[in-house]
Design a protein around this ligand. Structure first.
Ligand code: NAD
Length: 490
């Protein structure tokens, strides 16, 4: 049992309120750590520390110095990957085989963006008037508020923090109240990597802390990962101070299997799409669209595979699906399954788990609904759990129109051996990411983000840097002529 403190201005401090939140292990419902519940005074202090360091130290450092620290941080995260993965799996129930990979993937992101830190130059722009010299500077935005969800804290943080640091910003991070421990542990690695005090600050707590932080006049930029409802509140908060905001929100992503696909691989992709991470993944392929000619064949094999998935302790390497992350999430998923049944979808397998060995954990069995109508709630609303809606289709046009008929647009998968069809679908699908013959594959270099209600802005890839930089234009008159003060010079 560890009692954590806030990390502000390079110091580990008690929260101003003295209150704490319990960290609950979703596998056995035991309280295994506590984290401080920050209040506005803590947030004020964190924003002030980030501002001070930005103005006095960090923005004056060379890109090379920033890159060296980021590379050290990546090395430390790799070295501590197993320990950090154990903590994250204990906090959110995600299986260790995934959390450990995510630590290395996060490290890869710090290295990728470290490579940009000393290459953020602008451009010289030729103008019509040769007497004018015009060039751009790419400058950090300032103090960034980074707010993340509970499903993959270290990976979600890396998506934001790596480009923010490379660009020369300082940050205040607010992890989810349901999974804060690894963000606080990560602060120890930031310290060990030699970052100046105040570059990285952590305030823990619930929505009230996030709300205060995102309305704070000392914050220059907000980046948020979480649900669309919260995203709306945050966009409103950002508008109060007119600061830019990046929103990474939910999804109801279609995974489309055509009859001409390599079916064994496609079915593996469908299983990975919805049951990995117990479906608690923004990119979950939660709608499986299957061409009618292979519908029964795909369904039979899918259900067979779903029933074989090993549920258990997320810390055991053999476990394939752990519990869902917390009690409210468990209750939401159970409600949604019930709603699917009420609306007339056919529950083929899954639901709650009766296994006595798992009864203290928040377990939901891999759940498959068949013959789902595209307009049903389970095919429209994000469930964020291991619940798959399988929808048959007859033609390519019909598949595209069903795929695009939700409010979301985060990701989409296409399984086909037909090259032209793959490219047609890549263009026709309204999503920030289209995977062809793969699903749930990530790369530090590949931009990621949503369209429609899945949010705006991009993470990863060089596109992410733009979210944390401001372009300044500099224009210099090289001539020595006097000029007419009442007309614009071009
Ligand atoms: P959530 O929106 O409930 O909470 C996310 C974070 O926002 C938490 O830190 C929370 O404390 C904070 N928060 C809540 N209310 C706030 C407010 N009024 N002002 C400021 N901060 C506030 O989401 P969640 O339940 O933690 O995560 C699940 C959601 O996250 C799903 O919708 C999922 O799709 C989405 N998600 C998206 C991505 C992506 O990259 N697109 C990745 C992971 C999760």
């Amino acid at each position: 049992m560890t009692d954590y403190r806030l990390f502000i201005g390079g110091e580990w401090i008690e929260s101003h309120s003295g209150r704490h939140l319990d960290a609950v292990n979703p596998f056995n419902q035991e309280v295994w750590a506590t984290v401080p519940e920050a209040d506005p005074a803590d947030v004020d202090r964190a924003v002030a520390a980030a501002r001070r360091t930005f103005d006095q130290t960090w923005s004056k450092m060379s890109g090379l110095a920033r890159a060296q620290m980021m590379n050290r941080l990546a090395d430390l995260l790799d070295q501590h990957a197993h320990r950090m993965a154990v903590l994250e799996s204990t906090d959110n129930g995600k299986v260790i085989r995934e959390t450990e990979n995510q630590m290395h993937f996060a490290a890869r992101n710090y290295r990728f963006f470290a490579g940009y830190a000393d290459k953020l130059y602008g451009e010289v722009i030729p103008l019509d008037n040769p007497a004018l010299l015009d060039y751009t500077l790419r400058e950090p935005v300032g103090v960034c508020a980074l707010i993340i969800a509970w499903n993959s804290p270290m990976q979600l943080l890396a998506n934001k923090l790596a480009p923010a640091l490379a660009a020369g910003n300082t940050v205040v991070v607010k992890p989810s109240e349901h999974a804060s421990v690894t963000t606080l542990e990560f602060a120890k690695l930031v310290e060990a990597a030699g970052f100046p005090a105040g570059v990285f600050n952590v305030v823990t707590g619930g929505p009230a802390v996030g709300d205060y932080l995102t309305r704070h006049p000392g914050v220059d930029k907000i980046s948020f990962t979480g649900g669309p409802g919260t995203g709306r509140v945050i966009a409103r908060n950002a508008s109060e101070n007119l600061v830019p905001v990046t929103l990474e929100l939910g999804g109801k992503s279609p995974n489309i299997i055509f009859a001409d696909a390599n079916l064994p691989r496609a079915i593996t992709g469908a299983v990975a799409g919805i049951f990995a991470a117990s479906g608690q993944s923004c990119i979950a392929g939660s709608r499986l669209l299957v061409e009618r000619a292979v519908y029964n064949q795909v369904m039979d094999e899918l259900v067979r595979r779903a029933r074989r998935i090993r549920l258990g302790n997320p810390l055991e390497p053999a476990t394939e699906m752990g519990p869902v992350a917390n009690q409210p999430q468990y209750e939401r998923i159970v409600d949604r399954i019930q709603q699917g049944i009420t609306e007339g979808a056919r529950l083929v397998t899954g639901g709650t788990v009766k296994d006595p060995g798992l009864e203290r954990g928040y377990f939901i069995a891999p759940t498959v609904f068949g013959d789902v109508a595209p307009e049903m709630t389970i095919a429209q609303e994000e469930i964020f759990g291991p619940v798959l809606s399988v929808i048959p289709f007859d033609t390519e046009d019909q598949a595209v129109s069903i795929a695009n008929a939700t409010n979301y647009g985060l990701a989409a998968g296409v399984w086909t051996e037909n090259l032209s069809r793959a490219h047609r679908l890549a263009r026709a699908l309204k999503a920030g990411t289209v995977w062809v013959n793969t699903y749930r594959t990530s790369a530090a270099q590949a931009p990621f983000g949503g369209v429609k209600r899945s949010g705006y802005g991009r993470e990863r890839g060089w596109h992410a840097l733009a979210e944390y930089l401001v372009v300044k234009n500099v224009m210099i008159d090289l001539s020595q002529e006097d000029r007419d003060p009442f007309s614009i010079r071009t």
